[in-house]
Design a protein around this ligand. Structure first.
Ligand SMILES: [Zn+2]
Length: 117
């Protein structure tokens, strides 16, 4: 088909219920465009992002990825909605609110849209 819409500025439309969101694929720490690096009090950069944080194991720590993505746990991130595997999408759902989606779920729920600015 000619004139298929092409995503501009990582803008996607959720098919149902219809909302327009920004979304970015996440591959490694610091990858998200709003992932300003976290600084310690002495100014040292941790490499952890403000949007996608480090996966910080607690008592029930995963020794390997429950999604079997094959990546080392240190290469995983976390957002409020849970553990982020490299390759997951980070969807902006509100002011400083982010969700993650597995690639298949993301493509089932969202389609790219062109937004006129
Ligand atoms: Zn994983």
């Amino acid at each position: 088909m000619a004139n298929e819409p092409v995503a501009t500025k990582n803008t996607f439309k959720r098919k149902f219920p219809l909302i327009v969101v920004e979304a970015y694929p996440w591959r490694k720490h610091g990858d998200h465009p709003k992932d300003k690096p976290v600084k310690l009090h002495d100014g040292t950069l941790t490499g952890e992002g403000l949007v996608v944080g480090f996966y910080k194991p607690k008592h029930n720590a995963y020794k390997s990825c429950p999604h079997a993505c094959g990546k080392d746990m240190k290469d995983h991130g976390s957002v409020a909605t849970g553990l982020v595997c490299p390759g997951d999408w980070i969807v902006t759902v509100g002011e400083d609110k982010y969700e993650h989606e597995k690639p298949t779920a993301f493509s089932d729920k969202y389609e790219a849209v062109t937004v006129e600015k």
